[in-house]
Design a protein around this ligand. Structure first.
Ligand code: SAH
Length: 213
């Protein structure tokens, strides 16, 4: 019988996520519920509930659980929100979002990662997430506006299309910079945008079609 590893997940939340400062009960419940081990390659399964990033292939990583929880909390999500994620990766962050809101859209530039994430999310029964392969710098204009946008790869500047695709009152959280990045929270107001810097983080770079590897 397959273990669902609930005890390990609770320990992860109690030892890392809550001490990190995350308080939103809905975010904490989602972190206790989503089986992170299903989103990491088998070889790293043992480490699925340690608070660190892990390789997911194609030079990419699944983010650290405490950071996933912190970024999610900062978005102050409501059930009825429509959320866009840029950088689907394993699909883990998308699953956390899908626990909290009705509709999640996620864009991933590496096609095999997009299809793998779609498969994992399907196996786990998430019917409220759509994954698309493509360049997330452009957002998902056909589905805009969004109540929240989360970017989990770092561009060197804030992509204008993502600001444009926020609803009034909508929030955008993203790392910005080249090596060490600032985690920024932007909010669209009636007249413009407010911006706040939260902390320093380290994400893989947001790549653009045509970038040299
Ligand atoms: N949120 C993921 C982790 C993201 S790692 C998870 O929960 O597992 C960052 C991801 O962003 C990588 O999979 C990378 O391929 C993707 N990425 C990089 N540049 C991108 C772009 N321009 N558009 C969409 N995805 C991009």
């Amino acid at each position: 019988m397959k273990s669902n590893r609930q005890a390990e997940r609770n320990r992860m939340v109690d030892q890392y996520v809550v001490p990190h400062g995350v308080q939103d009960p809905a975010v904490i419940a989602a972190m206790r519920h989503v089986p992170r081990h299903r989103f990491v390659p088998g070889a790293y399964s043992l480490f699925a509930y340690v608070d660190g990033p892990l390789p997911i292939g194609h030079g990419q990583t699944i983010s650290q659980p405490s950071l996933v929880a912190e970024m999610t909390e900062q978005l102050k999500l409501k059930k009825t929100d429509k959320v866009l994620e840029i950088g689907t990766g394993s699909g883990y962050q998308a699953a956390i979002l899908a626990e909290l809101v009705d509709k999640v859209l996620s864009v991933e530039i590496v096609e095999p990662l997009a299809s793998q994430a779609e498969q994992t999310l399907g196996e786990l029964g998430y019917t409220n997430v759509r994954v698309r392969a493509g360049d997330g710098y452009q957002g998902w204009p056909e589905e805009a506006p969004f109540d929240a946008i989360i970017v989990t790869a770092a561009p060197d500047h804030v992509p204008q299309p993502l600001l444009d695709q926020l609803a009034v009152g909508g929030r955008l959280i993203l790392p910005v910079g080249r090596d060490i990045q600032t985690l920024q929270l932007h909010r669209r107001t009636e007249t413009g945008y407010e911006r706040r810097t939260i902390t320093l983080v380290r994400f893989v770079p947001l790549v653009r079609p045509g970038d040299n590897k």
